[in-house]
Design a protein. Sequence first.
Length: 87
Amino acid sequence: MGCCGNKRAGLIRQKAITPFPAPETWPQEPFNEEDVFTFQYMGNSMLSTTGQITGKEYRFTGKGAVLWVDKRDAHFLEEVPNLLKLD
């Protein structure tokens, strides 16, 4: 039986790397309010979605959760069930 030289373990680690920044890296306090829209989640569980343009992860923790969403992603998030654009 041959050894894979730990190549399998390396492949597993590569899959765990995400190409998008962690949600904490984008502050929920915008520098310019013209660059964001406010969305409220109306579902009964948690919702996590990724912006199609920016790659930012938006995590709504439960019913009534409100987040600022980059205006470039807003059009796509309007199509997500149970998300309501507030402004």
